[in-house]
Design a protein around this ligand. Structure first.
Ligand SMILES: N[C@@H](CCC(=O)N[C@@H](CS)C(=O)NCC(=O)O)C(=O)O
Length: 201
């Protein structure tokens, strides 16, 4: 099974953290740079990471890949990170979607800031900033799981906050979200989080 990923992508990190926490055997990491490597489109026509290849099956989009790996993990007898058929399933999926939305807005902000000043859209930068700020405000009130009982929302939220620290430290997100900051401080040292901390390759 090959996971196409990069050490900077928060979506790929979310998948990898889940795989590590599940102790899934046989996962091979394949480094890919979606902005520089057009051969990735043979795996994912959208040209994005993460993507997963398992024999004949190729999966794209991190929520689907996470769900697939979670199914594999529960088949091995592990407790599931998706809480399928449990009463909190939809609430955890909402948390997952919220954290993914924060990542979408953060990645878009980083890409926009790389454009020449004269080409940047202050309209979109403001909207993405609002999405990040409001998303964090919501996340702060959710069940985010814990180091000993992580769920899919845990991995997604750690990936989102780690990416903000990595690429958008000027947002100083902790100032307005102290509860989230305390929760995150307790997660950073967990093995699957510490070993996947984002870094430029
Ligand atoms: N919804 C996708 C988003 C993936 C995504 O945006 N990945 C970024 C890297 S962080 C990417 O590959 N961007 C390349 C592009 O948009 O062309 C997922 O959850 O997997």
């Amino acid at each position: 099974m090959q996971l196409y990923y990069s050490t900077t992508s928060p979506f790929a990190r979310k998948v990898y953290m889940l795989a590590l926490a599940a102790k899934l055997p046989g996962l091979e990491l394949v480094r890919a740079n979606p902005l520089a490597d057009e051969t990735l489109r043979a795996i994912n026509p959208l040209g994005k990471i993460p993507a997963l290849v398992d024999g004949e099956l190729t999966l794209i989009d991190s929520p689907l890949i996470c769900e697939y790996l979670d199914d594999k993990s529960t088949a091995l007898g592990n407790p599931g990170f998706f809480h399928n058929h449990q009463t909190d399933y939809y609430l955890l999926q909402r948390t997952h979607a919220l954290a993914d939305g924060v990542m979408d807005a953060a990645v878009a902000t980083v890409m926009e800031r790389r454009r020449a000043d004269s080409e940047q859209s202050s309209h979109w930068l403001k909207r993405w900033h609002l999405a990040i700020a409001n998303g964090l405000t919501w996340l702060e009130t959710q069940d985010l799981g814990s180091a000993s009982h992580p769920h899919i929302g845990t991995f997604a939220t750690v990936a989102a906050l780690g990416y903000l620290d990595f690429r958008l430290p000027d947002l100083l997100w902790r100032n307005d979200h102290p509860t989230l900051a305390r929760w995150y401080a307790g997660m950073e040292a967990v093995e699957w989080a510490a070993t996947t901390k984002p870094r430029d390759a």
